[in-house]
Design a protein around this ligand. Structure first.
Ligand code: HEC
Length: 272
């Protein structure tokens, strides 16, 4: 068996020499709609290099690694780690390893490695039974070997998907591309209206749901809405919607713009 492995790695030697990392090798960090593509050259330029040697279970031997701290990579991509709940390590073959952020909190030294100093190519091939894998372009490793039992060390890493803290208002939040009016309207609605009203059944229950199955702007005129929100009692005596005298006309228009915007984001399945 030992011999077979030796022969295999010898036969690989020929083309393993041609494996030299490319400075253009991309690593994609995706956070919601925001994608940062970092090239290896840029990482080498901007981040401190880490080097260590650790016993690697995949090779059954001690290996040297060179790379960058995962935390530094996230920082360079403007990811605020305090907001993150999970990281998904995306691999070239479609493998996606989901890491709870607690793992990175407990073991903060995770490194995205791009080469093993002293290897034949960038990395020595990993031999698993009959399969031989090249961990390039990036290999997630830790200087602490016990992390292997806590999280798989994914190889052929091409990207990192960042999931933010599960924000319960995420599906009520307008996209970044929505207008200023809609953005302001959402903030206002969240602060002044959501306590009593729901959108897609998220929110309070004192007032009516305003989006499903029909959005309020689909069955009420804007002029009526403006007047109603300004002074509910002028329509219905003892209305349980308290008037909000501090609202400016602009506030009310913003809130209505937000409500109208949400008609394209109905979660109709909830209305059933
Ligand atoms: C204290 C709870 C409360 C707050 C706060 C509140 N509402 Fe209401 N809202 C209600 C209730 C209750 C009704 C039903 C009113 C009625 O039947 O008189 C209502 C009705 C409505 C309607 C429906 C009117 C119709 O004719 O169908 C709209 C639109 C509305 N509210 C918008 C808002 C907006 C926008 C805000 C924030 C600026 C807001 N509400 C704040 C309780 C509230």
């Amino acid at each position: 068996m030992k011999q077979a492995v030796a022969v295999l790695s010898l036969s690989l030697l020929a083309f393993s020499n041609t494996w030299a990392y490319s400075l253009d090798e991309p690593l994609n960090v995706v956070q919601g709609e925001h994608k940062t593509t970092l090239k290896l050259g840029e990482l080498l330029e901007k981040l401190p290099k880490q080097q260590f040697s650790v016993y690697d279970e995949a090779y059954h031997s001690e290996k040297n690694f060179e790379g960058f701290k995962l935390r530094d990579i996230l920082k360079l991509s403007n990811v605020d780690i305090n907001q993150v709940s999970e990281l998904t390590i995306v691999c070239a073959d479609g493998y996606r390893a989901v890491m709870d952020i607690d793992v990175l909190t407990k073991y903060p030294n995770a490194v995205i490695s791009y080469r093993q100093p002293g290897a034949e190519g960038d990395f020595d091939p990993i031999v698993e039974g009959k399969k031989i894998a090249d961990p390039a372009p990036f290999y997630l490793v830790w200087p602490e070997k016990e992390t292997y039992g806590v999280f798989p060390w994914p190889h052929q890493v091409v990207g990192i998907d960042v999931s933010l803290n599960k924000d319960k208002y995420a599906h009520l939040t307008p996209a970044e591309t929505a207008s200023e009016t809609v953005q302001r309207g959402f903030k206002l609605f969240k602060g002044a209206c959501l306590a009593c009203h729901s959108i897609n059944l998220t929110g309070g229950v004192i007032g009516p749901e305003l989006n499903i199955p029909m959005n309020i702007t689909e069955y009420r005129e804007v002029e009526y809405l403006k007047k109603f929100i300004r002074d509910p009692d002028s329509f219905r005596a003892r209305s349980r919607m308290t008037g909000l005298p501090d609202l400016s006309d602009q506030d009310i228009e913003d809130a209505i713009a937000y409500l109208g915007y949400m008609k394209d984001f109905k979660q109709l399945e909830k209305a059933e």
